[in-house]
Ligand binder design. Structure first.
Ligand code: FES
Length: 324
């Protein structure tokens, strides 16, 4: 594999999404233009294809350029080529235990209800960030999320969302990558019932159109993307409430072990839309560290206290935009 760069986790997630766009034939990165126009081309490309550039992301891109010791931007081309490697593939969806940032398994009965801070894990591949939500009513009591049929507005097809898991059947997991153009936390938020208010500025209050769509659909909470206003109903399989997205958020199937109270990510529905920016939910740019590509082991059951992966984390600063 050659050289490795020491990158922060958030930078890595951004990099993986950007590299997905670079590989996509529809949005392929033009190395010749990059050599001609320099870093401005890279910045514009990243902004157009991987979402707004916050200071951390700019730092990452700058790091790509500086990290190679490039006196001339053109010499960054080999690094872009290095980063621009072909995707790796899974044969099956692995079973991954969901752990906290200390490596301890998450216990379903202790998962906060309606927590507007964003709980994320990666599945099925590195960079595939996913919301883990324990949904509740306006009193923050967990609510059972029943199975439902989800419509894909893009083509009118449907698929089945299996509903919530856990002691109250209230825990769900959806891709945290907006299906419109791929914005990610902190641009995409979970709004529990007490934040479901109209008007004002996002992220504290929803645009009126999103609020009205939620009320019409009977949604007690929403996932809303600040980038261009797409809104999803987490109580109904992350169905689309408002565009411009034409695709629901893909869901990750969860398994709750009632003996241990642990949660596992066990698969995705291939009839649901593919994670934004991916060629397939089974293909991406790096395996999770808890997956063994040599054995192809589809099921990793880990004992308490093991640290298999950094696949779960809590973004206190960037994710908890409400500071509650
Ligand atoms: S990327 Fe989310 S609405 Fe456009």
């Amino acid at each position: 594999m050659g050289r490795h760069f020491a990158l922060k986790r958030d930078d890595l997630i951004f990099a993986f999404r950007l590299l997905g766009k670079m590989r996509d034939p529809k949005t392929k990165f033009n190395e010749r233009k990059f050599a001609e126009k320099g870093r401005d081309y890279l910045y514009n490309y990243a902004e157009q294809n991987a979402g707004p550039l916050n200071p951390g992301r700019r730092m990452f891109l700058k790091g790509v350029l500086i990290g190679i010791g490039a006196l001339a931007v053109a010499s960054a081309v080999p690094v872009v080529s290095y980063l621009n490697q072909p995707p790796v593939y899974l044969k099956n969806f692995p079973w991954i235990i969901i752990v906290d940032s200390d490596g301890n398994p998450v216990e379903a009965s202790k998962l906060p209800v309606n927590d507007p801070s964003i709980l994320l894990f990666q599945y099925p591949m590195e960079g595939d960030i996913t919301f883990l939500l324990n949904l509740g009513d306006s009193n923050d009591s967990p609510i059972a999320i029943p199975p439902t049929q989800v419509v894909i507005p893009e083509d009118g097809s449907t698929y089945t969302f299996p509903g919530g898991v856990g002691p109250n059947k209230s825990i769900v997991a959806y891709s945290a990558i907006c299906q419109h153009l791929g914005c990610q936390p902190p641009e995409i938020h979970f709004y529990p019932p007490k934040y479901l208010a109209p008007g004002g500025q996002v992220p504290n209050f929803l645009p009126t159109v999103a609020y009205q769509a939620a009320v019409s659909a009977g949604a007690s909470s929403v996932i809303h993307c600040d980038c261009h206003g797409s809104t999803y109903d987490p109580t109904k399989g992350a169905a689309v409430l408002t565009g411009p997205t034409l695709r629901p958020l893909p869901y990750v199937e969860l398994y709750w072990d009632s003996n241990t109270d642990y949660l596992y990510a066990v698969g995705m529905n291939l009839k649901a839309p593919v994670i934004m920016g991916q060629p397939s939910d089974l293909a991406s740019f790096a395996y999770l560290s808890s997956f063994n590509p040599q054995t192809g082991c589809p099921k990793m059951l880990l004992s308490k206290g093991q640290t298999p992966t950094q696949c779960y984390s809590r973004l206190n600063n960037e994710g908890d935009t409400f500071n509650s």
